[in-house]
Design a protein around this ligand. Structure first.
Ligand code: B1M
Length: 212
């Protein structure tokens, strides 16, 4: 692995926000591709953070500072991922489901969808089924996107789909789901319209769902 990537990963893992910011800026000024900084630098580092947490080498505070450092890096590369000036590809209401506070992956999906020309209504984290229902009434989106990072909160996706059905809104929107524990099978089982394993595939899925 290139030395600068290893250094960037270490800075995220150590939760050194200032160092992450200066390393991302330096990489961009050396014309390193934003996608490589994102995937091989920031995302790879968060994977390592998760593995350390699983092994018991890291606790919640370390995860939290690493997440803050990653978000700082994301904010810097955001404009470099955008193509800008694209006409609206559709409206997406998106949120992390009830009980779940993880938002880095969801924010990344938002960023990529924005770059692809979607208008986004971001409901944030810990969004109850009623929150999604209300947003469909208010914004009349083409799509709903739900993110979950915990096995315990995945079930809230099913509850939300049920709430949409109950409110008579299910036919009005397509629903896509994602997040580390979510699978294609799970998506099918709960009756979602699609599943994407990462942010770039979320864009192709959103395009095909919005077109259909
Ligand atoms: Co948490 N956490 N966490 N955590 N955390 C995980 C998810 C965990 C896997 C760590 C581990 O044990 N290895 C584990 C879950 C175990 C499980 O349920 N299977 C876990 C746990 C247990 C917890 C707590 C319960 C810990 C505790 O308190 N004891 C607690 C729960 C809090 C809550 O939500 N109620 C908790 C808390 C936290 C922090 C707050 C400290 C922090 C989150 C900060 C934040 O998000 N603002 C945190 C972090 C950082 C993680 C890890 C380390 C990293 C998550 C991340 O940001 N990944 C994570 C371990 C891991 O995932 N390796 C872990 C990077 C991100 C780019 O990837 O989110 O997967 P991801 O998103 C991807 C795809 O999944 C996909 O695209 C994204 C980009 O490619 N995607 C979608 C995501 N959403 C999508 C939606 C789509 C389509 C694609 O369509 C709509």
């Amino acid at each position: 692995m290139a030395h600068w990537l290893q250094t960037l990963q270490n800075a995220v893992i150590d939760g050194d926000k200032g160092e992450v910011e200066s390393l991302v800026n330096a990489a961009l000024s050396q014309k390193q591709p934003a996608e490589e900084i994102l995937n091989a630098g920031l995302i790879a580092a968060m994977k390592e953070v998760g593995e350390r947490f699983e092994r018991g080498d890291f606790y919640v505070p370390e995860m939290l500072v690493a997440a803050r450092a990653m978000q700082a890096g994301l904010a810097i590369i955001k404009p470099h991922l955008s193509q800008g000036g694209v006409k609206s590809a559709g409206v997406v209401v998106i949120g992390t489901v009830k009980g779940d506070l993880h938002d880095i992956g969801k924010n990344l999906v938002v960023m990529m969808l924005e770059s692809a020309g979607f208008e986004i209504v971001d409901l944030g984290t810990d969004v109850a089924p009623e929150g999604f229902v209300q947003a469909v009434k208010e914004y009349n989106p083409n799509l709903i996107g739900m993110s979950a990072l915990l096995t315990t909160t995945m079930t809230s996706m099913k509850t939300t789909l049920h709430a949409l059905q109950e409110a008579g809104l299910r036919e009005r929107v397509k629903v896509m789901v994602g997040g580390a524990p979510v699978t294609e099978d799970f998506a099918r089982e709960i009756g979602a319209d699609g599943y994407a394993p990462d942010a770039s595939r979320a864009v192709s899925l959103a395009r095909s769902l919005a077109a259909g």
